[in-house]
Design a binder for this molecule. Structure first.
Ligand SMILES: [Zn+2]
Length: 112
């Protein structure tokens, strides 16, 4: 049934739009590419508490704005589970709820 296939493709496109909107903004300005977030844990000395534990590397970004030009400094910290920074709660782009996705899908279908 070609009709069903078309509907499926439309749904995929709508979902792609939703996920596209959910992307963090700094990813596009930083040039993209690269895996962000905690990596695989490995044994080492925690930079915060100094104990030998399973560590994850956390990327911390510093922004400096001087004379209109923004410079980004990225540093990696090896931290244990206890010292890891609290997960960032995104205020700008909350994860779309099931209801929101369905509403968006409905809107996308109507607009076709
Ligand atoms: Zn620690």
């Amino acid at each position: 049934m070609s009709d069903r296939h078309e509907q499926f493709a439309g749904k995929n496109a709508a979902l792609g739009r939703i996920w596209g909107m959910d992307k963090p903004k700094d990813k596009t300005t930083a040039g993209g590419g690269g895996h962000s977030g905690p990596s695989q844990p490995k044994l080492g000395k925690c930079e915060k508490c100094g104990q030998e534990k399973l560590l994850r590397s956390f990327r911390s970004q510093t922004h400096d704005r001087t004379e209109g030009a923004a410079s980004y400094g990225v540093s990696y910290q090896q931290l244990c589970e206890e010292c890891k920074p609290a997960p960032k709660v995104s205020k700008d782009a909350p994860a779309p709820t099931d209801k929101a996705i369905r509403a968006m899908l409905r809107g996308a279908r109507k607009g076709r």
